[in-house]
Design a protein. Structure first.
Length: 314
């Protein structure tokens, strides 16, 4: 019996609820929104399809209904507009998050919280500073989506299953993110050697352009927003993956946003590196060896976020 509460029933929150229902990950899903009619409509729409899924009670509710939640997912806030950066949303969504924190944590003090709203690293930091929750139970979705986009792109290059691609995006979920290519591999073949060691008869592979790949990953969200107005499918699947790992009982490594405490010379900021996630939230970090250049890029990303935090009221 797993109970998951979702705050915010816009495109992302509703798609997460729908995905959780059809994947059978929760026996109870609570949808909470300041627009109660929207929450009621979304819950009803999903609930009427659940007879063909695993049994699940899904309904619109209030913060009180989140009591005894195993997981609370925060998706509320102002959505990013075409041409707008995630960081430009900062103060508005910080204020929204600060108003939500005392209300939800009062009723679900033992839940693990997944922060999805943007700018996710700033809001994860806000959650750490404005709530009394243990650090391990505050998880920002961070660059798990960027990492998924990277793996999808590399699998296209090499015409190979995405499950065989092991590569990550570190840093801010935004323009200062980067790919540590030194630890990227496909089935244990270092990415720098894949062109000569991975051969598929009859299939020609384009030469891997690292700069192009990095730009593709970094700009994917903006491209989707420009074309359809919002991103919600890929991020929803990524958040459901986090939920699955939290409920599965076996630690899993993933790039989510967490508070840094001296790792790679970085502290007092939330950003994404490789974390161990299990049934007690973030259970530790996997400090993979990075090159000096990659460490410098990670520190630059941290400084970018800190510069934003300095100008906010948290």
């Amino acid at each position: 019996m797993n109970k998951i509460s979702i705050i915010g029933t816009g495109s992302v929150g509703s798609t997460i609820a729908y995905s959780l229902a059809i994947m059978g990950m929760a026996s109870e899903i609570v949808m909470i929104d300041i627009n109660s009619e929207k929450a009621l409509g979304e819950a009803l729409d999903i609930r009427q399809g659940t007879p063909f899924c695993s049994p699940c009670s899904i309904y619109a509710g209030s913060y009180v209904d989140a009591e005894d939640s195993d997981i609370v997912i925060l998706t509320s806030g102002i959505a990013r507009k075409p041409g707008q950066s995630r960081l430009e949303l900062a103060q508005t969504n910080v204020n929204i998050t600060k108003s939500i924190i005392p209300e939800i944590t009062r009723h679900a003090p033992n839940a693990t919280y997944i922060i999805v709203s943007n700018p996710v690293d700033i809001l994860t930091y806000t959650f750490h500073k404005f709530s009394d929750l243990p650090e391990n139970r505050i998880i920002g979705s961070g660059t798990i989506l960027d990492t998924a986009r990277l793996r999808a792109r590399l699998s296209e290059y090499y015409n190979i299953s995405q499950s065989n691609v092991h590569a990550y995006v570190f840093g801010e979920h935004g323009d200062s993110s980067f790919i540590p290519w030194s630890v990227a591999n496909i089935s244990n073949v270092p990415i720098l050697e894949c062109d000569k060691l991975i051969t598929t008869p009859g299939i020609e592979k384009p030469k891997l352009d690292f700069v192009d790949i990095e730009q593709y990953v970094r700009k994917s969200g903006g491209r989707v927003i420009a074309r359809k107005g919002a991103t919600f499918y890929a991020v929803s699947i990524s958040v459901c993956h986090i939920c699955k790992c939290l409920l599965g009982g076996v630690d899993t490594t993933m790039t989510v946003s967490s508070m840094m405490h001296g790792e790679y010379g970085i502290d007092e900021v939330c950003l994404s590196t490789l974390n161990l996630v299990g049934d007690d939230g973030i259970r530790g970090k996997v400090n993979v060896p990075l090159t000096d250049e990659e460490v410098a890029k990670l520190r630059l990303s941290a400084d970018t976020l800190k510069d934003v935090i300095k100008n906010l009221e948290i």
